[in-house]
Design a protein around this ligand. Structure first.
Ligand code: RBZ
Ligand code: NIO
Length: 614
């Protein structure tokens, strides 16, 4: 039977066209099923933008106009969301300290990930620049407000995570829009979600999807960076398409990517890895990480060298850091060697008698201690500091000693608060002084101080006593056991979360004089525009106290080496620092820092003198 448009009266009526919503008729839609198309030009443009979208990790320092940021967020807000719930909230982060802290979280996580890979894969990962949080002038965090019960949102009762997918759609919209405008975006999920939530003060029930870096790109990759670096390849399309059902005999995932990846994080992450903001703290500083213009200029210069970019590996990464902080001209430096005795030594934690501290420090002043000889051979200056060595003040050394009674760490605080503050202050001045002569290398002497350093590592980096102790200058099995027991006893008298938020108090409770002075040196040198080269566990844990208060200081640090102390690696990871050398040193005295400085100075000479390509 043929259909007609006439009704029982034989009439045809005019179609009522709605004045709101869809005005098309069924007839129109049936006559031209592809009539909703935006046309070939739009299709071509869209395909072009999708094909040209890249994850950007290198940014120019130029500002992004606020209206452009808004345009991009508008595109996100135009995205699809489950039940039109619009669960996204866009946090625009321009605050320097917040961005520096986020960058530090990513540095830390990068090292944690590498530690779970095969050595070859780890090396490849560490060569990659994985994010540009510090560089990008804008950080954008998409947070998903999940506090609406899933049952209250159309379509979420069955797929609970559809709200998160909605946020991911918003991100893709923003990413494409940024690309169309010539802006680069990089999506960073290399950080612990709970740490990022803590950093941004997100309430319970609000989750982030990571951190988006936004800025003008300082790379224009024609294809994905991870392909360019031979990390992974795009899968053939047919390998990812199945018909009707999951294919039989399909290879097990992962089809590509992180072979041998680290297991997922299982330990409970700390609430926050940073100290409470306290401008009255003697470790507080207004220091900013190096200006991104300098960072990019340093890299621009390195890109011109007559050698493949990054050919010096880890050394190149450290050199980029130094050049960004203080330029290429640095050709010298100073070893700041700080010594002190420790009441803890009386508890049998060292293979050597406490008198060795004075002996070695006297040799340092005379120019024949191992660290000082190394420094002289590397053409570095030496500054020797007596921070509390039993007996007369050490002739020929700078002196700042505790005035109040000292404790053994295990049962009583190591220092008084007044002494801690004073020692930090003195170190800060010496650090500024040493900074005028180039690299500032840290060294220490103090019989028993690897155990003190372990105690600080427990407090500041969350290590357990058995993770924190090492052989020091030469412990045997019984001594190691005793050290673990003493540390365990120490921790029972402390309020660990409170101490973690107050690194000065940590230095006072479970530190000692050279740690406080070294922390001051780190801060003073960084503030004066120098790069500080760390040595072993003791110097590194002193630096950690400073970084916990001021994330910007991290950009001024180079980890000279990974020492024999197991905890050293963990402390460096906590600061997001990868050690330059791995010589299994257990010398102390700044030997590793000096050897690293020598290598760094050679690298700087290459940067200054090697052939250029324009
Ligand atoms: C002769 C001598 C010279 C040193 N120079 C540095 N250390 C290193 O060892 C000490 C820490 O190890 P522990 O905690 O096991 O006592 C610190 O003085 C450290 O700098 C030395 C140790 C000795 C014996
Ligand atoms: O790792 C260190 O810094 C270390 C190890 C042993 C002795 N002194 C220092």
């Amino acid at each position: 039977m043929t259909q007609t448009n006439r009704d029982v009266t034989g009439s045809t009526w005019k179609r009522p066209v709605p004045v709101i919503g869809d005005a098309t008729s069924a007839a129109e839609r049936g006559d031209q099923v592809s009539g909703w198309s935006l046309g070939e030009e739009a299709q071509r443009s869209l395909a072009e933008v999708i094909g040209a979208r890249r994850d950007i990790r290198r940014f120019r320092p130029d500002e992004v106009p606020a209206d452009l940021v808004r345009t991009i967020i508008e595109a996100g807000h135009a995205g699809p969301s489950v039940g039109q719930s619009q669960p996204w909230r866009f946090i625009v982060v321009r605050d320097r300290r917040t961005r520096e802290r986020a960058a530090l979280m990513a540095d830390r996580e990068r090292l944690r990930q590498a530690s779970g890979l095969t050595p070859e894969r780890a090396a490849r990962l560490l060569d990659l620049q994985l994010e540009g949080i510090r560089e990008a002038p804008v950080g954008l965090v998409v947070a998903c407000d999940r506090r609406t019960p899933a049952s209250g949102v159309l379509g979420r009762n069955t797929f609970h995570d559809a709200d998160l997918w909605s946020c991911a759609c918003a991100i893709e919209n923003m990413w494409l829009t940024a690309r169309a405008h010539g802006l680069g975006m990089g999506w960073v999920t290399l950080m612990r979600p709970t740490e990022l939530a803590g950093l941004l003060g997100l309430p319970e029930g609000v989750e982030t999807l990571g951190w988006l870096c936004l800025g003008w790109p300082d790379e224009r990759p024609p294809y994905p960076g991870l392909e360019r670096k031979a990390w992974s390849a795009r899968l053939p399309l047919d390998q990812v398409i199945a018909e009707d059902r999951w294919p039989l005999n399909a290879p097990e995932p992962p089809l590509s990517g992180l072979a041998g990846a680290a297991p997922a994080v299982t330990s409970v992450p700390p609430e926050t890895s940073f100290a409470a903001d306290d401008p009255d703290s003697p470790l507080w500083s207004d220091l900013a990480a190096p200006d991104q213009r300098q960072v990019v200029r340093a890299r621009d210069r390195a890109d011109d060298l007559l050698t493949p970019p990054g050919s010096l590996g880890k050394l190149d990464q450290a050199l980029d850091r130094i050049v960004a902080v203080c330029g290429e001209e640095v050709s010298g430096g100073t070893l700041v060697l700080v010594g002190a005795d420790h009441p803890l030594a009386a508890l049998g934690v060292s293979a050597f008698d406490a008198s060795v501290t004075r002996e070695v420090m006297s040799a340092a002043v005379a120019g024949s201690a191992v660290g000082v000889v190394a420094a002289r051979a590397a053409h570095l200056d030496v500054m020797v500091v007596d921070a509390g060595i039993a007996g007369e003040p050490l002739a020929g050394a700078h002196t700042v000693t505790p005035l109040d009674a000292r404790g053994d760490v295990v049962n009583t605080p190591a220092l008084s608060r007044a002494d801690t503050d004073r020692l930090i202050k003195a170190g800060r001045q010496w650090g500024a002084e040493a900074a005028t002569r180039g690299l500032v290398c840290l060294g220490e002497v103090g019989v028993g101080n690897t155990t003190v350093a372990s105690a600080l590592a427990c407090v500041l980096a969350g290590l357990t006593p058995s993770e924190a102790v090492g052989i020091g200058a030469g412990s045997d099995a019984a001594m190691l056991e005793r050290k673990v027991d003493l540390l365990a006893a120490t921790l029972t008298r402390l309020d660990l979360p409170a101490l973690r938020r107050d690194p000065v108090e940590a230095l006072r409770q479970v530190g000692g004089p050279e740690f406080a002075v070294l922390a001051g040196v780190v801060l003073g040198a960084a503030e004066a525009g120098a790069v500080v080269v760390l040595d072993g566990l003791a110097t590194s844990v002193a630096a950690l106290a400073v970084v916990a208060v001021n994330p910007a200081v991290q950009a001024h640090l180079v980890a000279g080496q990974a020492s024999r102390e197991f905890a050293h690696g963990r402390v460096l990871t906590e600061m997001g620092l990868e050690p330059l050398l791995g010589l299994r040193l257990r010398a102390g005295e700044g030997v590793g820092a000096v050897l690293a400085a020598q290598t760094l100075l050679t690298g700087l000479a290459i940067r200054r003198q090697a052939g250029r390509t324009r």
